[in-house]
Every structure is written in structure tokens, then in C-alpha cells.
Design a protein around this ligand. Structure first.
Ligand code: FMN
Length: 138
């Protein structure tokens, strides 16, 4: 499994690390990759793809790195299981619902609803991230 993420200030990165912790607690392995270092080869042979990106622009994905990467997945991820996550600040979560619809339009199968956390995951939100990782690993 690969966890490919974008994080400007570290909030989504913290989520990624907690999700990894959940996956590993189920005895599975995953690799964390910043999207700036990721390529299509990182997903092509994976059965499960985990993508994280915080809300930017106006309820959008980061347009410098994550947006072009997601665009490159079109027609490449039919039938693959995908899990989405990310941190947000003040919006209504629309970036995540749009992202979910887009991945489904690419033929991906969403493992669950996207996991969203406001700003940095703390307390219960940390537990939600770990549980999300466990769910993906099962
Ligand atoms: C330029 C800019 C645009 C943002 N746009 C949104 C937005 O549209 N909706 C939202 O909920 N949060 C928005 N945020 C807040 C970030 O999504 C939030 O701070 C998040 O925790 C950042 O996570 P990261 O450190 O993983 O990048 C924006 C932040 C910045 C700096």
C-alpha cells in the first residue's frame, strides 16, 4: 500500500502518519510518499491507493502538486480500491465530496467516505485517523 499526500503546514501529513500507524497495527505495511516525489508507477501495481490532500483554493485540491497527480490517475485506476483523507480549515468539506465523485468517475472503488479533520488532528481526531488506517488494512 502507498499513502501519497500533499500537506502545506503538516496537518494532512500528521493524518498520514496516524493512518500508517493504524495500518501497521493490523500487521500490514504501507509507504508514505509526498506527492511531489510520487509518480504514476507508485499506483499502477497497487491494489489499494490512499491519497491525502488538504483543502486549498476555494474548496479545491492543491493545484501545484496534487491536482496534476490526480488528473494523471484518470483511466489508470479502474477497479482499484481508494481511500481519501485530508485536513480543512473553514469550509464545508466540499473539496472532499468533489474529490470522491471524481475518483468514482475514474472507476475507483472508495473503501469508505473520505476522512476529514479540521486543522491538526488532536485527541479524538487522532483516534479517527488510526481507525481509518485499520479499516483500510482489513
Ligand atoms: C491559501 C489557502 C486556502 C485554503 N482554502 C481552504 C478552503 O477552501 N477550505 C477549507 O476548509 N480550508 C482551506 N484552507 C485551510 C487549510 O485547508 C487548513 O489549514 C489545513 O489544515 C491545511 O492542512 P495542511 O497543513 O495539511 O496543508 C486554506 C488555507 C490556505 C492557506
Amino acid at each position: 500500500m502507498k499513502i501519497i499526500y500533499f500537506s502545506q503546514t503538516g496537518n494532512t501529513e500528521k493524518m498520514a502518519n496516524l493512518i500508517l500507524q493504524g495500518i501497521e497495527s493490523e500487521g500490514k505495511k504501507a509507504e508514505l510518499i509526498e506527492v511531489s516525489s510520487a509518480s504514476i508507477d507508485d499506483v499502477i501495481n497497487e491494489e489499494i491507493i490512499i491519497l491525502g490532500c488538504s483543502a486549498y483554493g476555494s474548496e479545491e485540491l492543491d493545484d501545484s502538486e496534487m491536482e496534476p497527480f490526480v488528473e494523471s490517475l484518470a483511466r489508470k485506476i479502474q477497479g482499484k480500491k481508494v481511500a481519501l483523507f485530508g485536513s480543512w480549515g473553514w469550509g464545508n468539506g466540499e473539496w472532499m465530496t468533489e474529490w470522491e465523485k471524481r475518483m468514482e468517475s475514474y472507476g475507483a472503488i472508495l473503501i469508505s467516505e473520505g476522512l476529514t479533520v479540521q486543522e491538526s488532528p488532536e485527541g479524538e481526531d487522532e483516534d479517527r485517523c488510526i481507525s481509518f488506517g485499520k479499516l483500510i488494512a482489513k
